[in-house]
Design a protein around this ligand. Structure first.
Ligand SMILES: *Cc1c(COP(=O)(O)O)cnc(C)c1O
Length: 369
C-alpha cells in the first residue's frame, strides 16, 4: 500500500476474511452466521463489506434501518437481510426490497401485519425480538398470547426466528446476569413454540456472546465488531485483525516557542520549544473534540504523538517534539499497529463509537481483495 497522501480509511478485506473465519471456528458446523453491517458496516463501507461477506457465503446480514437495507439491495446483495429497528413509516420499503424486519412490540407487530396485508403478502419473513433484560427493544414474555391470538389463523407472516440481545456479554462480572438472560430466552422460546405451534430458529449472541457463551449459539449468532477486528478483550483482539485503518498525512510542521498557544481558544500552551504537526482531518471526519487536549494519540513513524489543543472541524494538531518526521509523512489515527480500542479508550469511549463515527467525507480505499 502506498503511503497516504490524504485522509484515507483503508479497508482490508483479507482482514475481514480472517476475522470471519476466526469467528466461524468458534461455531458448531450447523450454527448460522449473521453479519451485522449496520451504520456503513461499522463506519467502513456497507456495500463493499456485504459483497465480500456474500462471497464468503454468510447466512444473513443485518442493518439497523430500512434505508440501509435498501442500499444493499440496490447494490445487488441477495443474502437475507434482517432489519433490526425498521420504523413503521418504512414498512412498505421493507417489503419492496425483501428485507426482514425485527418486530419487537404489539404496536409494530400490528403495523407490520397491516403493511403485509396491504401489500398482499403471504408468509412474509419476520423475526420477533424478546426483551430478556436489556430493556431496550423487545416483546415481553406476556405478549406471547397476544402474538398467538393475532396470527394463529392468518397467513400474511412467517415467523422465521425469535431472538434476544445480551446486555453485558463482554462483562465477566455480569456472567450470571447473562446466563439468566439466556435461560429466560430458552423459557420464552419453549412457551412460544408450544403456543404458536411453529418452530422458528433462535439467536441471542453478539460477538462477545460468541466468545464467552459458546453454549448459547442456538441456530444462529450475530457478529458485528468481531468481523471488524475487535473482541472487547485483549486476548480476542490479538486473534483478530483490524479491517479499518484511518490514515492521514502531515500538512505542516510548526516550531513553537515557549508560552505560545496552539489552536482555537488557545487551549494548548507551550512550555518549552516544541515541534507540532497539523493534520488534515478533524471532528467533521469523526475524530471528535473529546480526543483533543492529550486524550487521543496518533502514530507517526512508529511513535506515539498526542493530540494537542482543541480538535478543529477539519484539522488536528499533534505534538511531535520528540519524533523524527516531515511534512508529507504518513500518520495513523487507528487501525493496524494502533488499535481503535486503545485510541478510543483515551477519550473514555469504545471501538464501536470511533469506528462507526468516521464520516463519509473520508475516502475509502480497499486492500486485500
Ligand atoms: C449491533 C448489534 C449486534 C452486533 O453486536 P457486536 O457486539 O458488534 O457483535 C448484534 N445484535 C444486535 C441486536 C445489534 O443491535
Amino acid at each position: 500500500m502506498p503511503r497516504a497522501e490524504e485522509t484515507t480509511l483503508e479497508l482490508d478485506l483479507a482482514a475481514l476474511e480472517h476475522n470471519y473465519n476466526y469467528i466461524k471456528s468458534k461455531l458448531h458446523p450447523s450454527t448460522r452466521l449473521l453479519a451485522v453491517v449496520k451504520a456503513f458496516a461499522y463506519g467502513s463501507d456497507s456495500v463493499i463489506i456485504a459483497k465480500k461477506l456474500e462471497k464468503m457465503d454468510v447466512d444473513y446480514l443485518a442493518v439497523a434501518y430500512a434505508r440501509e437495507g435498501m442500499v444493499l439491495r440496490e447494490a445487488g446483495i441477495k443474502t437475507p437481510i434482517l432489519v433490526l429497528h425498521a420504523q413503521p413509516l418504512n414498512y412498505s420499503m421493507v417489503i419492496k426490497y425483501c428485507l426482514e424486519p425485527s418486530l419487537y412490540s404489539p404496536r409494530v407487530f400490528r403495523e407490520f401485519l397491516k403493511a403485509a396485508r396491504a401489500e398482499k403478502q403471504k408468509a412474509y419473513p419476520v423475526h420477533l425480538k424478546f426483551n430478556t433484560g436489556l430493556n431496550r427493544l423487545g416483546f415481553s414474555e406476556n405478549d406471547i398470547d397476544y402474538i398467538a391470538d393475532t396470527i394463529l389463523d392468518r397467513d400474511e407472516l412467517k415467523i422465521k426466528s425469535i431472538f434476544s440481545h445480551l446486555a453485558a456479554s463482554e462483562d465477566k462480572s455480569e456472567e450470571s446476569f447473562s446466563n439468566d438472560q439466556i435461560n429466560c430466552f430458552i423459557k420464552i422460546a419453549e412457551e412460544f413454540t408450544a403456543k404458536l405451534r411453529v418452530n422458528p430458529f433462535m439467536h441471542i449472541l453478539n460477538t462477545s456472546g460468541i466468545l464467552n457463551f459458546p453454549e448459547a449459539q442456538f441456530q444462529m449468532v450475530r457478529t458485528g465488531i468481531g468481523l471488524y477486528g475487535y473482541g472487547n478483550e485483549a486476548r480476542f483482539d490479538s486473534e483478530l485483525l483490524p479491517v479499518a485503518t484511518l490514515k492521514t498525512t502531515i500538512s505542516q510542521i510548526h516550531y513553537i516557542e515557549p508560552n505560545e498557544s496552539v489552536g482555537y481558544n488557545r487551549a494548548f500552551r507551550s512550555e518549552g520549544y516544541q515541534k507540532t504537526a497539523t493534520l488534515p482531518l478533524g471532528h467533521a471526519d469523526g475524530i471528535g473534540r473529546q480526543y483533543g487536549n492529550g486524550k487521543g494519540s496518533v502514530l507517526i513513524n512508529g511513535k506515539k504523538a498526542p493530540i494537542i489543543g482543541n480538535v478543529c472541524m477539519d484539522m488536528i494538531m499533534i505534538d511531535v517534539s520528540n519524533i523524527e518526521c516531515n511534512e508529507g509523512d504518513e500518520v495513523i489515527l487507528f487501525g493496524k499497529g494502533h488499535s481503535a480500542e486503545t485510541f478510543a479508550a483515551g477519550a473514555n469511549t469504545i471501538s464501536y463509537e470511533v469506528l462507526s463515527g468516521i464520516s463519509q467525507r473520508v475516502k475509502r480505499v480497499i486492500i486485500g481483495t
